[in-house]
Design a protein around this ligand. Structure first.
Ligand code: HPA
Ligand code: ZN
Length: 326
């Protein structure tokens, strides 16, 4: 069978998707109109043409602006439902979805509004699409740890609606250590822990995400190749890396996809996975990430099976669910 066909047809888990990054320009405009929110772009085309990024921050500025159209529970539902339908079409059977509550609560949208809408879409996905979908609350690392604690407090009434917590937004200058206390508290609460580290930041941030925050997975982590001891640690402990090839290309981490190190990570025995990060902004959903990185770097069917296996192994699903997929 042709490799692209295998990549598209194989069941897989998506473990690194920011739901606000799945908001397509068309839906941004539709929600802006529905909610009477003014946008600084004249058209869908004008907005899309602003998607020319040079680094992580240049993307984040426009990503937070796009999220400003989300006001009501139904808006969050519509966004998540659109993503889940798209994911099901890519043979995603498990999705662990990041959301950024502080982007919304800072605009006066309540945690309840955000979580009700997202949770209802996850329930409908299980019933209508056969997709097992769960939510991971991400703290914005450019804000204070105090702000993260307040956000955790707001989420606790809905504790059963989130499987874990993560850490995202501007990486450089905001090392994992800044969130040591809030992650320790989340750990006591039985929440699963992940963090973005080593996207633009140094290997030291991956070490501290593991040893200070005690995370179970590293989001991105591609800078690990610059530290041989870290590579050994990640391989030995089978710490999953949720790699996002098109994101890395669009944010100029690897300006040319042919330079991407996914193959190096896999061949070193790391539990790397392929994910879409912010598909509406980076030019493709999970299967586009698979087909494009395979075409650019010459990965094989063996790598494809390994990546699908890794995605289930790395997921926070129950052992019973994992047995079904693996
Ligand atoms: N990195 C950090 N923060 C983010 C990202 C990312 O790739 N996408 C959405 N928020
Ligand atoms: Zn991300």
């Amino acid at each position: 069978r042709r490799l692209p066909e295998l990549l598209r047809a194989m069941p897989k888990a998506e473990l690194h998707i920011h739901i606000e990054g799945s908001l397509e320009p068309e839906l941004i405009f539709a929600l802006a109109q529905r909610n009477g929110v003014a946008l600084p772009y004249a058209s869908v085309e004008a907005l899309r043409s602003a998607y020319a990024f040079t680094n992580l921050q240049s993307f984040l500025d426009i990503y937070y602006a796009g999220a400003s159209v989300l006001l009501h529970e139904q808006d969050f539902y519509d966004m998540a439902w659109a993503y889940l339908q798209r994911a099901a079409a890519d043979q995603v059977v498990r999705a662990e979805i990041f959301f950024d509550p502080q982007t919304h609560t800072s605009r006066g949208v309540s945690m309840q509004t955000v979580l009700q809408g997202l949770h209802r879409a996850c329930e409908d996905a299980r019933a209508q699409l056969g997709v097992s979908a769960v939510l991971i609350l991400c703290f914005l690392r450019h804000l204070s740890e105090e702000d993260a604690f307040a956000t955790l407090e707001q989420a606790l009434p809905y504790r059963d609606r989130i499987v874990g917590v993560g850490l995202d937004s501007s990486e450089l200058g905001h090392p994992p250590e800044k969130f040591a206390r809030v992650f320790a508290r989340c750990r006591e609460l039985g929440l699963r822990l992940v963090a973005h580290a080593g996207e633009e930041g140094p290997p030291a941030y991956i070490w501290s995400a593991l040893d200070v925050l005690k995370v179970e997975r590293i989001d991105h982590g591609v800078q690990a190749v610059h530290d041989a001891a870290l590579m050994q640690r990640l391989a030995h402990d089978r710490i999953p890396l949720t790699v996002c090839p098109l994101s890395n290309q669009k944010l100029c981490v690897f300006p040319d996809l042919r330079q991407h190190n996914l193959g190096t990570l896999l061949d070193a025995g790391l539990a790397a996975t392929v994910n879409s990060d912010d598909p509406a902004y980076f030019g493709g959903y999970i299967n586009d990430n698979f087909t494009q990185v395979f075409a650019a770097t010459g990965l094989t069917a063996k790598h494809a099976y390994q990546l699908a296996f890794n995605s289930f192994e790395a997921s926070f699903a129950s052992d019973a669910e994992k047995r079904d997929w693996e």
